[in-house]
Design a protein around this ligand. Structure first.
Ligand code: TA6
Length: 292
């Protein structure tokens, strides 16, 4: 791997190795474990991704925060409760295929994952996946999955992005007005979003057919975070609030006001069926601007 001049591989204090990226536009941290973008800080702004102080950094466990990769299913496995929630992609070791500087000063890292006996036991489809991360004034993360088998491969996928915000109680999300969503806190009832999303309690929604850019407006930190996307028809919005935060060992009891998940996905009614040889590319393009 030809590591870019501005990037180094650093052994971390969390017992997991990570790529530390530093270029004129931004800094970032990427763990090959789970293909996990954990941090991104564009020049002139604070950290954009949220990480729990209680997160684990262990093989076989997801990192709590950053951008966990959900594949080949989203949420609990529909039939087999013994399988990991959100699939295996976020807890498998990915291979760093390339790390290079781009002519415009951004850094690009590519990681790959392929089927093996363990993945086939969980999901009986041969596949290859490539994650392409472009670190600059914007953060672009593209997950590409190819069906290497002879049969259609039903799957879901998500970039389960945790954003750092000042206070969820003063935060709103624009861009999903008019979309139908599945309310996972109300028995999966389908509802229609009326205008912007404001937060007064736990929220766990899968917005369907949502291809527009979502914007997090954060008056406490005085910034807007835009999440544009490609190849994604679902947007998941989640904050556990107090009760759920207390129940998660890798989530601090008092951390819930400072985070919000706005996830780029193909899930639920938007699940995919990959034809043999087909590739699904799904990307989030994240940018920050000052002023809420
Ligand atoms: O994306 C929202 C969600 O599906 C919630 O239901 C909650 O389970 C969250 O993901 C976190 O899941 P995890 O398995 O990472 O604890």
């Amino acid at each position: 791997m030809d590591a870019p001049a501005a990037s180094t591989i650093t052994s971390s204090s969390h017992a997991l190795p990570y790529l530390s990226i530093a270029n004129p536009h931004a800094t970032a941290r990427i763990y090959p474990h789970g293909g996990h973008v954990a941090q991104w800080r564009p020049a002139g702004h604070g950290e954009v991704l949220w990480l729990s102080a209680r997160s684990l950094y262990q093989p076989g466990k997801p990192i709590r925060g950053g951008i966990p990769l959900c594949f080949p299913w989203f949420g609990p496995h529909p039939q087999r409760s013994e399988l990991p929630a959100h699939g295996f992609a976020r807890i498998r070791p990915w291979t760093v295929a390339q790390a290079s500087d781009l002519p415009d000063g951004r850094s690009r890292v590519r990681l790959s994952l392929a089927a093996d006996s363990e993945t086939l036991a969980a999901w009986p489809h041969d596949f290859s996946a490539e994650l392409t991360i472009s670190v600059g004034a914007t953060l672009e993360v593209e997950l590409a999955v190819t069906n290497r088998g002879q049969l259609p491969a039903p799957c879901e996928m998500a970039l389960h992005t945790y954003f750092s915000i000042g206070d969820i109680r003063h935060t709103t999300v624009e861009g999903l007005g008019g979309c139908t969503f599945i309310d996972k806190l109300d028995h999966g009832t389908r509802k229609v979003q009326d205008g912007n999303i404001a937060f007064t309690g736990e929220i766990d929604r899968v917005y369907l057919g949502s291809e527009a850019t979502a914007v997090i407006r954060d008056p406490v930190l005085g910034r807007r975070i835009s999440i544009a996307k490609r190849g994604s028809r679902s947007t998941v919005v989640w904050n556990p609030w107090i009760a759920k935060a207390v129940k998660m060992a890798d989530f601090g009891d008092h951390e819930w006001p400072g985070m919000l998940c706005v996830e780029t996905a193909n899930a639920a009614d938007d699940r995919l069926s990959l034809a043999p040889g087909a590739t699904q590319r799904m990307a989030a393009v994240i940018s920050v601007s000052s002023g809420a």
